[in-house]
Design a protein around this ligand. Sequence first.
Ligand code: PLP
Length: 418
Amino acid sequence: MPKPTTPFDPVASLAAAKHTFGEHGGVNMSIEASTTYTVLHASVMPEIFAGQRSPDHGGCYLYARHYNPTVYTLGRELAALEGAEAGYCAASGMGAISAALLQLVDSGDHIVSSAAIYGGTHALLADMWPKKTGVHTTFVPIDDLAAVEAAFTPKTKVLFTESLSNPTLVVANLPALADIAHRHGATLVVDNTFTPVLISPLQHGADVVVHSLTKFINGASDLVAGAIVGKADFIAQLMDLHTGALMLHGPTMDPKAAFEVSMRLPHLPLRMVEHSRRAQLFAQRLLEMGAPVRYPGLATHPDHALMRSLLNDDYGFGGMLTLDLGTRERAYRFMDLLQNEHRFGFMAVSLGYAESLMSCSASSTSSELDDDALRAAGISPGLVRISIGYTGAIEDRWRQLEDAVKVVGHPVQPPAVV
Ligand SMILES: *Cc1c(COP(=O)(O)O)cnc(C)c1O
């Protein structure tokens, strides 16, 4: 799909959806804590069960594992952010991903997935579902479009990818992937956790977007949450009282968590700009030092031009960069030094926090992958993933990072890719 002539503006779209007020005229929405809701006439209740009435049809609520008004408002805000018709939330990113995918497959169906995905999603598709559901997944390098296409079978219902892969930072060619999926009658599902605001996958042909709100979107590393956005009928299917994966598996978001996330959405674009600005500066300087840095905002990144073609204007290339220090021992010394002596950031999994977070992917968030899968995904034992934060003076942070790289050393930078 070509870029629309009027570019989609996630911030304008979100602002329009945000312009609501609370029950008593408060400038914030109210938190609706009720788990159950009255109907004015007994005849309305069966209509809700039959799916004829809902928040959008008659303003009807039933029970808080079904729609809750506060969670529903956050779902609408996230839908606006992604330019989707509708959205709803889940208690975690994995709750959202597993529900969205399960809704699209039946026993015996097939999924084609990027090989370089979040460890939990990989475990779900590779280890759990083949036995539990009879749904099998073929993992492919997502930048090899011929391999993606060749993996399709008549049973393939879903093509799954992350917009920017974890932790290898491979950019998904969303228009090309959407084209492949749609030619085979499959749905393109994109995990946009690494690039909220920066990339709007639905504008490039994706059908469904899932998020771990736990990361950049909430941004405070203080709650776990997820969301699914897409077509209104797909969201309605997820909430169906008889067959909906969000309704029946019950990964229900607490309305208090929904309120917290909603309060942090207005500064999400500001945070993304600053994550990007710092990551871009550090990546450029690391490159100048000859360090093996990978960041999509560098001209040396093989997907730099592709990422530029997918980006919304003005938010940069994101806050994630990796450094391949060659060996696990060097990676550990690097992180020990940065946390315990320089106080540059924390050794912790997760991402999108105000502080920088560092982890050695092969022995942490990607340890669900076995050695072959790690090799296939391009995750080496010395790969350090850093989510660049925005606290502290930027030049102080740079000196800390530069010193740690100099002290531990690194393998010679692989030749630059054009
Ligand atoms: C963290 C993460 C998830 C899982 O999200 P939770 O909120 O921890 O369940 C899924 N995808 C990506 C890319 C992630 O980083």
